[in-house]
Design a protein around this ligand. Structure first.
Ligand code: ADP
Ligand code: ZN
Length: 620
């Protein structure tokens, strides 16, 4: 099924149901079609797949897509099949019989697009096929997997270059990733040996994600309240430990929610089942450790809650980024608790992954990890725009104000904290910088813990001097002093609070310390308070679903679930949330009108169009 006669816009409309290309897609496609290699660095949800799928249909020959994960391939192939495009995957999930059958069909030229696991590339059976086929493009998905810099290095990705070199004619090579760091980018260019590539970088920002940091007194209550208000939505709750996963999952179940869980301690079988329950919307909530996610392509995850602060910004952005892959509005909420730093610190100290490293390198790695943890902690305490903070961390600059994060939407007050700051510094000084954060703060609060007594801190001149200040406030001020480099923490066996060259200045009589603090009982931000309205922001049209249309939306969603079960595909592969919202807005009555809905191509219309028309007409 090659579409030489069709242009790229017609293909986009007819098969994918979209009216126009997104930023960057068109130039990438044009480069590929002109025979030039491409490196596309685009954030998750930007639409990388279309960049190689559309030209694959126009070039003739076969496009091989190298992809690291079975689940990802399966999803992509289902999506293509749903759109009426014939495609297949070759990986270890197939039986030998199925594998040879697929290769046979591939030889017959039935598939313009074939997804293949990197481990397969240099096997005899696959080479036997590839060396005799017309391979017009090799598209490398998740291309950062070639780089040892990232967290997702896959040795088998190094086979790609050798494979390409063995082909009788060099195909166009295109590579795609969402990872933007320079090291990774250079690695991709070098290792994949891209030739005079067109490099597209559309930036790192995910505008549809709302970022928020909270410090609730009771994390579980905060979560329960949130999921209660968002019952209809799919969401992931990440916890730092398996134990916590079990606990949160159990409590939510007891409280009547449909929840499932995922962590490395479960059997393969259970993990697979639980993952499917989530993907197929049998369970709306997934409670998991960071073992869950790589390769989870579920595009309609509406929120990602971090029950704990993760170990670094890279992990956070990757995990939070699993929300809103469909480009629709989604929320990333981090629940900070003071224990989180200590837990992460412990993980760093006991990290067994680096056993093979020599002691000096291991020490360097640990130091880097501690530094990253510090940056992560600062994220939880910063008063600037959270998006700005993230972008800057990854080397980009934003406009300082995004209007779509909890800081941009909170009211802060410049508050004088000179007195407390001075007390904290004096206390550290008076105990000769020998203790950690908890002891210092407990001393200031006048606590009577065993440690305080053991270290005789109740004799410290600052003992009880901040008894009136709530502990969370004291912590905020303490963190502010860390950020301002007035105090620092050591990275030795014990984390001790030390003075810096700036400490004395604070003790000076004329010094004043002010910091921004959220006004007491800040109003809940709009985006969090009214999920209904903002949830259905239609990205392109900018129009929101009105409340009267809510029942129709629910009706269409139910229909989608029915169809998905019949077809045995995840609901978001039938139609995305965005497409359903668009249907609710346009309320099409005829085929022509239905084809105007974003995401409804001709093939999908043929499969589902009438049933959706029916449902819409019945509501009116
Ligand atoms: P990525 O691989 O970059 O994370 P995908 O290729 O999965 O992103 O695309 C994300 C979503 O955006 C998908 O639902 C896809 O169908 C949709 N999409 C891609 N291109 C367009 C477009 N030009 N117009 C509208 N939606 C698009
Ligand atoms: Zn902001």
């Amino acid at each position: 099924m090659y579409l030489y006669q069709m242009n790229k816009n017609d293909i986009l409309k007819k098969y994918f149901g979209y009216d126009c290309f997104r930023e960057g897609q068109e130039t990438v496609i044009d480069s590929i079609l002109s025979g030039r290699d491409v490196l596309g660095i685009m954030p998750t949800g930007a639409g990388k797949s279309i960049c190689y799928q559309v030209p694959a249909l126009m070039m003739g020959g076969i496009t091989l897509v190298v992809s690291p994960l079975i689940s990802l391939m399966k999803d992509q192939v289902s999506s293509l099949n749903q759109a009426g495009i014939s495609a297949a995957y070759l990986n270890s999930s197939l039986t030998t019989g199925q594998y040879y059958k697929a290769l046979q069909y591939a030889r017959e030229g039935r598939y313009p697009i074939i997804y293949v696991a990197p481990e397969r590339l240099l096997t005899d059976s696959f080479l036997d096929f590839a060396l005799h086929a017309e391979i017009s493009m090799v598209a490398v998905d998740e291309a950062h997997c070639v780089s040892q810099w990232g967290q997702d290095f896959r040795p088998s990705y190094l086979k790609i270059t050798e494979f390409i070199e063995r082909l009788p004619r060099r195909p166009v090579v295109s590579a795609f990733t969402a990872t933007a760091t320079k090291e990774v980018r250079d690695d991709i260019l070098d290792i994949l040996m891209l030739q005079d590539p067109y490099v597209l970088t559309t930036g790192f920002d995910r505008k549809n994600l709302f970022f928020s940091v909270r410090t609730p007194k009771n994390k579980y209550e905060a979560v329960r309240e949130y999921v209660q208000e968002h019952k209809e939505e799919s969401g992931i709750i990440y916890c730092l430990t398996r134990k916590l996963v079990e606990e949160v999952c159990e409590r939510l179940t007891k409280d009547g929610f449909l929840v499932t869980r995922y962590h490395a301690g479960l059997s393969d079988n259970e993990r697979r089942n639980n993952q499917d329950d989530f993907i197929y919307d049998r369970c709306r909530i997934m409670v998991a450790t960071n073992a869950f996610g790589m390769g989870i392509d579920k595009s309609d995850v509406r929120y990602v809650i971090h029950y704990n602060m993760p170990k670094n910004m890279e992990s956070y952005y990757q995990e939070a980024g699993r929300a809103g892959r469909d480009g629709e509005e989604a929320r990333c909420i981090l629940l900070y608790g003071s224990q989180d730093v200590a837990t992460n610190q412990m993980f760093i100290d006991n990290n067994q992954d680096n056993q093979e490293l020599d002691p000096i390198t291991r020490e360097l790695v640990q130091e880097r990890d501690r530094e990253r943890l510090k940056q992560m902690t600062f994220y939880c305490f910063t008063h600037e725009c959270l998006r700005e903070y993230i972008l800057r961390y990854f080397g980009e600059y934003g406009p300082n104000y995004c209007g779509n994060c909890s800081n941009c939407l909170s009211e802060f007050q410049e508050t004088d904290v000179t007195e407390e700051a001075r007390m904290i510094v004096s206390c550290v000084k008076a105990c000769h910088q020998r203790y950690g954060v908890t002891v210092i703060l407990d001393t200031l609060r006048g606590a009577k813990t065993a440690k305080i007594q053991k270290y005789s801190m109740d004799e410290n001149p600052c003992y009880g001097k901040c008894a009136e200040v709530p502990i969370y406030r004291l912590r905020q001020i303490f963190n502010h002093l860390l950020m301002e480099n007035v105090l620092k923490l050591t990275n030795d066996e014990y984390t001790l609070v030390k003075l810096t060259e700036n400490s004395e200045k604070i003790l000076d009589e004329n010094a004043a310390v002010t910091m921004k603090l959220a006004k007491e009982q800040p109003k809940k931000s709009q985006a969090e308070k009214k999920p209904k309205k903002s949830r259905f922001q239609s990205g392109t049209a900018g129009s929101a679903l009105s409340e009267e249309d809510e029942p129709l939306f629910q009706r269409l969603r139910t229909l989608r679930l029915e169809l998905a079960r019949e077809e045995k595909v995840p609901p978001y592969i039938v139609f995305s949330d965005k497409t359903l919202v668009h249907m609710c807005i346009l309320k099409p009555k005829t085929k022509e009108e239905m084809l105007k809905v974003s995401g409804v191509g001709e093939h999908k219309y043929g499969k589902y169009g009438e049933r959706f028309l029916d449902a819409i007409n019945r509501m009116n």
